[in-house]
Design a protein around this ligand. Structure first.
Ligand SMILES: Cc1ncc(COP(=O)(O)O)c(C=O)c1O
Length: 459
């Protein structure tokens, strides 16, 4: 190793040690202004080279005041996982090795790690063992990849080659989603040439679960190739669409069934919670994240497709210089929209290897138990309501006093720094929203977060 790289890494590890030691003591959201960050990080385009270790030290110094403790135990915003020790170190090695996980010849190890991890994930999540798997940047891209495979296959069955002939003049592809579809599914469809006004929405119930009868009616009203997008884990309530009933309806209408399970799919890894995902194996494709509940560092998502030929047809590219191996190993680029890509499989491998299926089930169960504990703490307070059935790791809280009070409370709680939570709109009202997805969160963290909310209410 060159001295310069080693010196820069020494600075990084020193700062990493300090950050990790102090992470749970610092305010979860920093007291920083955009102006101070711009002043610390900005300036004219550097002209002269700088010593690498110095660059890293200065960067750490300037960025640290603007770093949010998202990997800490009391970050409950969005759906944010922490980073398991083995995954952090595996990520560092991924950078040191710097393998383009494109073709086997570019990195035999990265290719085989993906192959091994793919098989583990299929078993863990109860998906068909023959499904093809792609390691992508996140669930949004996983949704895109799965829906590209769906578009290929449903148009192929209608006699159309979308990769060759595009969408101009093609049979119309109908897409039905639940009333509470995640926006990334609509974003993925948009990139595939299906606009949001072309998508049919099937009514959802009060928890955000798609109603199978509404889906039946929606599919009955359209003809031609169709795709259904169901959901395992609503981003607000954590609720699951009734996947088995939806699969029966989709199959009766000859539709492709895709399941967006960014975090909820991990319930399938827990014997205690797997009932929520009953029927999941009947779908045609699935999308999930590793950077949420599996606690792999950003960015990491996974796509699964029960029809490998469709998956490959939608993604794979050939060129004379992209040399494929003679013995036909699994070529990583055949299953993702990227060609040159980070070897994301290493960190996912490290997560599964370090926790094992038992550890993953424990992690999922523990987060759900913490969500229930938090909900119980707040329910006991006068006037505070828990708006969702806490079936998973998501909790929606409504404080007394109306939208403005709830909005002000979110700001006050964020400024207090004990924890970080966000707001959302549910049933037309502004509410507080928490997600319990971090492997380090304890009962004490949950109680401290509940107290900070109670403090905000009383002030
Ligand atoms: C249900 C669901 N689908 C998709 C996504 C998008 O995932 P990502 O932002 O990791 O791409 C999310 C993110 O929260 C989600 O909750």
């Amino acid at each position: 190793m060159s001295d310069a790289t080693e010196d820069a890494l020494t600075e990084a590890i020193r700062a990493a040690r300090t950050f990790l030691r102090e992470r749970s003591k610092r305010p979860v959201f920093p007291d920083v202004t955009i102006e101070s960050l711009r002043a610390a990080l900005g300036g004219p385009l550097p002209v002269d080279p700088a010593e690498p270790a110095r660059v890293v030290t200065d960067l750490i110094h300037a960025a640290d005041p603007g770093i949010v403790a998202t990997t800490g135990p009391r970050y409950f915003g969005f759906v944010t996982g922490g980073a398991l020790p083995a995954t952090v170190a595996a990520e560092w090695m991924t950078t040191i090795w710097d393998q383009p996980a494109t073709l086997y010849v570019l990195s035999p190890a990265a290719s085989v790690v993906e192959e091994v991890t793919a098989a583990w994930l299929l078993e863990l999540l109860g998906l068909p063992r023959h499904a093809s798997v792609g390691f992508v940047t996140g669930c949004h891209t996983a949704n895109f990849t799965a829906l590209a495979a769906a578009r290929h296959e449903m148009l192929r069955r209608a006699g159309w080659d979308v990769e060759a002939d595009g969408l101009n003049g093609s049979p119309t592809l109908r897409v039905v989603v639940g009333g509470e579809v995640h926006v990334s599914v609509l974003g993925a469809l948009r990139m595939l040439g299906i606009g949001s006004r072309q998508v049919v929405s099937a009514e959802a119930d009060a928890q955000g679960r798609m109603l199978p009868d509404a889906l039946d009616a929606a599919l009955g009203a359209v003809s031609g190739p169709a795709i259904v997008c169901a959901q395992a884990g609503n981003v607000n309530t954590g609720a699951f669409d009734p996947l088995e009933d939806i699969a029966v309806v989709a199959r009766r209408h000859g539709a492709w069934l895709h399941i967006d399970g960014a975090f909820g799919l991990w319930a399938a890894a827990s014997p205690a919670l797997r009932h929520h995902t009953r029927g999941v194996e009947l779908a045609d494709s699935w999308a999930t994240d590793a950077h949420k509940w599996l606690n792999v560092p950003y960015d990491s998502g996974v796509v699964f497709v029960a029809h490998p030929a469709a998956h490959r047809a939608a993604m794979s590219l050939t060129a004379a210089y992209l040399v494929r191996s003679a013995d036909e190993p699994r070529e990583p680029m055949d299953w993702t929209p990227e060609s040159s890509r980070r070897a994301r499989g290493f960190a996912v491998y490290a997560a599964v290897r370090s926790l094992g299926s038992r550890g993953i089930a424990d992690l999922v169960d523990r987060c759900c138990r913490l969500a229930r504990r938090f909900a119980d703490r707040l329910r006991a307070e006068p006037g505070i309501e828990i708006l969702n059935d806490v079936v998973l790791n998501q909790v929606l809280v409504r404080l007394p006093g109306g939208d403005d009070v709830n909005r002000a409370a979110v700001t006050a709680i964020q400024q207090d720094g004990t924890c970080w939570l966000g707001g959302t709109t549910w049933d037309g009202e502004f509410v507080l929203r928490l997600s319990f997805s971090n492997w380090t969160t304890t009962d004490d963290d949950v109680d401290r977060a509940a107290q900070s909310i109670v403090r905000a209410v009383s002030s």
